[in-house]
Design a protein around this ligand. Structure first.
Ligand code: SF4
Length: 253
């Protein structure tokens, strides 16, 4: 049985790999599930760098691809709903807890890893995720080492890693962790309003891509509205509905 680290390209799984190497833990393989064009460029760059590091350290590096590209599953492929009706695309992933992409990712990783021990980068301060992930062939070394998410990010920075994303519309580099809590798929419906506001402000080319997706569906991106409705709110400098209400109240005065 081998030890396989699941690498997503975010701070936690990267810190897991780096610290495991530093501590001399047995790591046989690192496996990365490629979400394709939903990945930030900075994440993809770090994955390439991690791959080289693994090669230097004699750790096998494997990339797993979804059987069907996520954008195709989201917007193009026809499927039969439970009620028997045909529907085109699963639409937003991460919306209202419907994480169809994550479900596919976990299923493919479980199948690939088989009886090997899967070491997953969940930090000490994520008790709900730790509880959900309990399984006989899963291990959470970050938790065992007592490391929080902030510790992981700091460790990566200290080792010279960053998540600098080039934004072509402003010709600026943005450190993703200075504007986002997580660097998972840029179109994730699970992003909170603060993260979305920051994408609107600092990563306008990604916001444009969100608008292109929103055109494909009537389903709002968040409970609080569609991408276009959120843009209207953000334009006024308001993030939450309460802030928007307050803004209009003050306007009327
Ligand atoms: S990060 Fe979000 S969009 Fe990406 S697969 Fe997971 S739930 Fe879906």
């Amino acid at each position: 049985m081998g030890n396989v680290i699941q690498l997503s390209g975010g701070k936690d799984s990267l810190a897991l790999l780096l610290i495991a190497i530093e501590k001399g833990y047995k790591v046989d393989e690192a496996v990365y599930f490629d979400v394709g064009e939903w990945e930030f460029q900075a994440v993809r760059r770090n994955i390439e760098k991690a791959k080289k590091l693994c090669e230097q350290k004699g750790i096998r590096f494997t990339t797993i691809h979804p059987a069907i590209e996520f954008p195709v599953l989201a917007w193009e492929r026809e499927y039969i709903q439970r009620n028997g009706n045909k529907k085109k695309g699963y639409e937003w992933c991460g919306w209202h807890g419907c994480r169809w992409g994550t479900t596919q990712k976990i299923a493919q990783l479980d199948k690939y890893c088989g009886d090997n021990l899967q070491i997953i980068g969940i930090a000490k301060d994520e008790p709900e995720r730790l509880e959900k992930g309990v399984g006989s062939n899963k291990a959470y070394w970050l938790n065992e080492w007592g490391l929080t998410e902030a510790d992981c990010l700091q460790y990566c920075y200290d080792q010279g890693w960053n998540w600098l994303e080039y934004e072509p519309l402003t010709d600026k580099y943005i450190e993703l962790y200075s504007v986002l809590d997580r660097v998972s798929c840029w179109c994730c419906g699970n992003k909170n309003l603060k993260e979305l506001y920051n994408i609107y402000r600092f990563l306008p080319s990604y916001w444009k891509r969100l608008e292109e997706y929103q055109i494909k569906t009537d389903k709002p991106f968040k409970e609080s509205g569609s991408i276009f409705e959120l843009a209207e709110r953000f334009k006024l400098g308001c993030v939450t509905k309460a802030e928007l209400k307050k803004f209009y109240k003050e306007e009327i005065k």
